[in-house]
Ligand binder design. Structure first.
Ligand SMILES: Cc1cc2nc3c(=O)[nH]c(=O)nc-3n(C[C@H](O)[C@H](O)[C@H](O)COP(=O)(O)OP(=O)(O)OC[C@H]3O[C@@H](n4cnc5c(N)ncnc54)[C@H](O)[C@@H]3O)c2cc1C
Length: 389
């Protein structure tokens, strides 16, 4: 019996699902199997997970079953946690066994970066997945119950004023004001505190946008500490470099991400991610492709860029083409970084951002973000995915 060759994709997120959808129609050799592995049997709209901390959220707005996205006849889905990649033996090691590969596509996304801050890992929550967002929501509700009894609002602190921290803060300010009323908790002057090592929110963004975002959030009761990195975290204490000690009831760390550590040792790493060549292959490997948050994507000057869903999508598509070119024969396509821009939501009705050089804010920006989501959903399986399965 002949054994088919295998393309194995690890991670069914933004980049992995694009590759898994596109590959079957591109590969023309029948003796190749495609296997997709993820720890969950659902795909997450990761760029929306902060909405889980909203008053009401609908799970179908945040996740969709992977079975609804892929052609099960052509792509075999396996639910498993990947623990290692052994590049010498060419196997993916999972908690439940090993998966040999001939070509590997690594798209496991990000994990929190803790920068060796003492105590931070044990005394913070993070917001890197749907299940983590659910934990944040549950902890807030448990705190509200306690706060109702003691008649005082909880101290909620967000570490990091980057993309994730600001979107979460926007959501929390909306929701907490309503939850305080429901629980008859007096509304405090500061609704959420944000601590940031840099002198601004959304470091790297245009000043006019960051100033606008900061003003909106401060108007909703957000207190910022800028240029003051977190140096130590205890069970209910947060020490800043300035010497200030804060007393959080809940500390959510969004201050940095790194590529998934699973593949750390065998690859060249830069800016906490795997370096890639122009075809999105891991440097030094002909048979391993890397995309999205795991890849160190650089601009035309070679400067590493913050990861985004747009980069993950484009790289997922290019990898599908390049893997098919390897199998069928043909030219590979080069990846070239292009910044489309981003929109950051500030709660349910507001957002700021720039797309293709144009500046948007308020309800219009929020509407654009909704359209981007609909466009994405349509691209991975059609708007029918928004209906219950
Ligand atoms: C709160 C938040 C808001 C964001 N907002 C935006 C935005 O507005 N715009 C934007 O462009 N980007 C945004 N991003 C970033 C964007 O979502 C990511 O850049 C993008 O999802 C990266 O895609 P990816 O395919 O690399 O990884 P992911 O989409 O994270 O997919 C990784 C997949 O790997 C799986 N996985 C991970 N580890 C394992 C393991 N050990 N074993 C098995 N499976 C595993 C996960 O379950 C997941 O399905 C946001 C991110 C967050 C957290």
């Amino acid at each position: 019996m002949t054994v088919n060759s295998r393309v194995v994709i690890i991670g069914a997120g933004v980049a992995g699902i694009r590759a898994a959808k596109d590959l079957p129609r591109r590969i023309r050799k029948p003796d190749w199997d495609i296997v997709l592995i993820d720890q969950n049997n659902y795909h997450q709209y990761l760029y929306r997970i902060h909405e889980v901390c909203n008053m009401e959220y609908d799970q179908k707005d945040i996740t969709v079953p992977i079975a609804r996205l892929i052609d099960g006849e052509k792509v075999e889905f396996k639910k498993a946690v990947v623990t290692n990649v052994d590049t010498k033996r060419k196997v993916v090691v999972t908690e439940t066994g090993e998966e040999p590969y001939d070509i590997l596509i690594v798209t496991l996304g990000s994990h929190p970066a803790y920068f060796n801050i003492p105590g931070i890992r044990d005394n913070s929550l993070t917001l890197g997945s749907f299940s983590e967002a659910q934990i944040v929501r549950e902890r807030i509700h448990a705190l509200l119950e306690k706060s109702e009894k003691r008649g005082k609002a909880p101290e909620i602190i967000v570490g990091g004023a980057g993309f994730t921290g600001i979107e979460l803060t926007g959501e929390l300010t909306d929701s907490l004001l309503i939850w305080y009323k429901e629980h008859r908790i007096p509304t405090p002057e500061t609704i959420v505190t944000v601590v940031e090592a840099m002198p601004t929110i959304l470091p790297g963004w245009k000043e006019e946008l960051t100033a606008e975002g900061r003003k909106i959030l401060e108007g909703r009761g957000v207190r910022f500490y800028f240029s003051d990195p977190v140096v130590k975290v205890g069970e209910n204490t947060l020490e800043l470099k300035s010497g200030e000690v804060l007393k959080p009831d809940l500390f959510i760390w969004t201050g940095g991400v790194a590529g998934d550590p699973v593949c750390g040792t065998d690859f060249e790493i830069r800016s906490r991610r795997i370096t890639i060549d122009e075809y999105c292959r891991a440097r030094g490997y002909e048979d391993i492709f890397v995309a999205g948050d795991m890849a160190c994507t650089t601009n035309s000057e070679g400067i590493p860029q913050p990861p985004t869903a747009h980069i993950a999508m484009v790289q997922g598509d290019i990898i599908a083409r390049n893997v098919a070119a390897m199998i069928n024969g043909g030219e590979m396509t080069k990846y070239e970084f292009m910044r489309a821009g981003e929109i950051v939501t500030l709660g349910r009705t507001n957002a700021i951002g720039d797309l293709f050089g144009l500046h948007f804010s308020g309800a219009l920006a929020k509407l654009m973000k909704k359209f981007i989501h609909l466009w994405y959903v349509n691209s991975i399986g059609g708007l029918g995915l928004l209906k219950d399965s």
